[in-house]
Design a protein around this ligand. Structure first.
Ligand code: FEO
Length: 393
């Protein structure tokens, strides 16, 4: 069955769900699957917007053929060469021998690396801002380098107000046929997707948003997740906040890595003290909670409290992994409180601060509290002081 994109009469959705995948990019859990999106604009010229992942090749080719309804595609726009979108370029070219590719110079380089040929002779190579009239629709190609790879470009269909945004504004989760339903909880999974996949590239994303402000966008068609339509302001605001590393959740995020439960109990004690003062607190057990969700939450809170047991004269591996990922993703601008535990040689606090110092603008807002095995009365008073500093931060 052919599926039209929201309120259009000639733009078709060709995407497919993958509900078998367990780890996206072989590292991010996708318990609700993922969609690989692709689109077709039918006009005097027919333009395909990206292919799809290898695992849905046959389904994608069938959907394309059905939407074409006997016509042949004139162009395939390759927005992004990561295999979840470009895996079927060669199958497309094999089937539609007269079609041309729309790419940029960097795309050609990557095509050569992936496929062993440049394909320049069958490509329309565009520059940033170039336009293409395909009949009723006029397409504009806007470069978005590092959102998420260097060759990425988005396409704005001036006629329908549709932004084909590549990976930007994407999210995890299969669509199950509900292609325009972002739901009220879009930001939670969209932030896990954005911050872990594109989060390091805040400046390029901000640059793309500035370009997008000049466009009259009615809907956003990303390469993963639902088509965004209706009031786009909440989605654009999320991206503005996330790309500028601005926290958009109020309260304190408390994260702990505990060996036998005593460090955890201390974290729960601080949480209680903060909650009694009216502070919203979110708790994360670094040893069990999804690390990608935790990294995303961290970006969205301004205030953190980190608790770690000392382990092998260092920090708990779960805390180490967490801090490593924060640095990798360019986390910055947090107010941080630190609590260490160590029965005979506590060093976790020092190690945490060393890791924070490798990031930008991470401020330790209270003296490190040292727990010797179990929290004692003095520690309780120290936590009161720490809670006060957190509330003032
Ligand atoms: Fe969905 Fe960067 O590929």
């Amino acid at each position: 069955m052919k599926t039209l994109v929201d309120n259009t009469d000639d733009i078709y959705y060709l995407g497919s769900d993958d509900t078998e995948l367990t780890l996206f990019e072989n590292q991010y859990k996708v318990p609700n699957g993922i969609s690989y999106n692709s689109y077709l604009i039918v006009d005097e010229k027919c333009v395909v917007m990206d292919t799809s992942d290898e695992c849905v090749k046959d389904e994608w080719l069938e959907k394309l053929e059905e939407a074409l309804d006997g016509r042949s595609p004139d162009y395939l726009v390759v927005s992004h060469m990561e295999p979840d979108h470009s895996a079927n370029v060669l199958a497309f070219l094999e089937k539609y021998k007269d079609a041309k590719l729309i790419v940029n110079a960097k795309t050609l380089t990557l095509m050569n690396q992936f496929f062993g040929e440049s394909y320049e002779d069958i490509s329309l190579v565009v520059k940033d801002g170039d336009t293409l009239n395909i009949g009723k629709h006029e397409l504009q190609f806007i470069f978005a380098p590092m959102v998420h790879w260097p060759e990425v470009m988005v396409t704005f269909d001036k006629t329908s107000g549709t932004l084909f945004s590549a990976d930007a504004f994407g999210t995890f989760g299969a669509l199950n046929g509900d292609i325009c339903n972002a739901g009220d909880d879009w930001a939670r999974e969209a932030s896990r997707y954005y911050i872990n996949i594109v989060g390091k590239y805040g400046v390029p994303v901000s640059n793309l948003l500035k370009k997008a402000e000049q466009l009259e966008i009615k809907r956003i068609c990303a390469l993963h997740g639902p088509i965004l339509c209706g009031n786009l302001t909440p989605y654009l605001e999320c991206y503005k906040n996330w790309s500028s590393y601005k926290a958009d959740l109020e309260g304190t995020l408390i994260l702990y890595a505990s060996l036998h439960g005593n460090t955890k109990n201390t974290a729960l004690c601080l949480a209680k003290k903060l909650q009694e003062k009216g502070e919203y607190v979110a708790l994360v057990d670094l040893t069990t909670d999804d690390i990608a969700a935790t990294v995303a939450k961290t970006f969205r809170f301004r205030k953190l409290a980190l608790f770690s047991a000392t382990y092998e004269n260092d920090i708990m591996p779960a805390m180490h992994d967490y801090l490593y990922r924060l640095r990798l993703k360019g986390c910055r601008g947090k107010k941080v409180a630190v609590v260490e535990n160590g029965s005979w040689g506590p060093v976790a606090g020092k190690r945490i601060v060393e890791a924070l110092n490798e990031m930008q603008d991470m401020e330790v807002i209270a003296p490190i509290i040292t727990i010797k095995t179990c929290m004692n009365k003095e520690n309780g008073c120290q936590l009161d002081e720490m809670a006060k500093k957190i509330l003032e931060a």
